[in-house]
Design a protein around this ligand. Structure first.
Ligand SMILES: NC(=O)c1ccc[n+]([C@@H]2O[C@H](COP(=O)([O-])OP(=O)(O)OC[C@H]3O[C@@H](n4cnc5c(N)ncnc54)[C@H](O)[C@@H]3O)[C@@H](O)[C@H]2O)c1
Length: 250
């Protein structure tokens, strides 16, 4: 029960890594706010957890919706101890192929979403005397991959913002870290496979990038988030916790 009586907001909690985090955090005693742009997905996850979870429809790209998310969490559970800024997605393409509109839309979710979450949760955490923030970056914050220019840029920004905020808020007793997953089997990954004409081959190639020669499971990232959320990581802030099956060891 490493998160006993902690109140945790998890964005993108309706699927994949966020869903796994909601379930792992709830198992460890947390009250969980499952925030997702899909209310249906968030409601399904909250329903599986039970009465210590609520579902909220939140588009993290919209400042007012994120501010309301924090207010709603406080109205229901009285405080916010942990915020996991996890909602995000990727698009394909080099910079020439990437539409300006698609670039801006991706940045609005992957980068602005983290900014808004922190902007509205930190004042609440300050009032309470502290808190924990975990952002979902990616290995692409530190290594380039082909044909994912916007995604790489967005996750680089998440990692840089994590470090910058850790400095600014260490005096508020707020620890701010990120996870950097390798390739994880989630619905985002499945959608990518469905679009590919050579899905089996691509799957093998993506697994082989990771020296364990397999894809990661959402729970393996959620367990890292749990470590960052609880007191076991009390001496960590501004860190990027890489969980990638050894991909970036090469
Ligand atoms: N799957 C991977 O291989 C991988 C690797 C590294 C990083 N990541 C990151 O992990 C995070 C979670 O990805 P996943 O693989 O679990 O994907 P997923 O598609 O399974 O889940 C993402 C969830 O976020 C929600 N979401 C998307 N846009 C949103 C928005 N604007 N506001 C609120 N919710 C929104 C979706 O509805 C969905 O429920 C993302 O930030 C992603 O970039 C994933």
């Amino acid at each position: 029960m490493r998160l006993q009586s902690k109140v945790c907001i998890i964005t993108g909690g309706g699927s994949g890594i966020g869903e796994a985090a909601c379930k792992v955090f709830a198992r460890e005693g947390a009250a969980v706010v499952v925030a997702d742009k899909s209310l249906e997905a968030a409601t399904a996850v909250a329903g599986e957890i039970g009465n210590r979870a609520i579902a909220l429809e939140v588009d993290v790209a919209q400042s007012d919706k994120v501010a309301k998310m924090v207010r709603d969490a406080v109205a229901r559970f009285g405080r916010v101890d942990v915020l996991v800024n996890n909602a995000g997605y990727g698009i394909s393409g080099d910079v020439v192929e990437t539409d300006e509109e698609a670039w801006n839309a991706l940045m609005a979710v992957n980068v602005n979403g983290v900014f808004f979450g922190c902007k509205y949760a930190i004042p609440q955490m300050r009032k309470q005397g502290g808190g924990v923030i975990i952002n979902t970056a990616s290995v692409v914050a530190s290594i380039g991959i082909r044909s994912r220019a916007a995604y790489c840029a967005s996750k680089g920004a998440v990692a840089a913002l994590t470090r910058a905020m850790a400095l600014d808020h260490v005096g508020d007793n707020i620890r701010i870290n990120a996870v950097a997953p390798g390739t994880i089997e989630t619905s985002y990954f499945d959608a990518m496979m469905r679009k590919s004409e050579r899905a089996d081959e691509l799957r093998r190639e993506l697994a082989a990038r990771q020296i364990m020669n397999r894809l990661g499971r959402p729970e393996e990232i959620a367990n890292g988030m749990l470590f960052l959320a609880c007191d076991e990581s009390s001496f960590m802030t501004g860190a990027i916790l890489t969980i990638d099956g050894g991909w970036t060891a090469q």
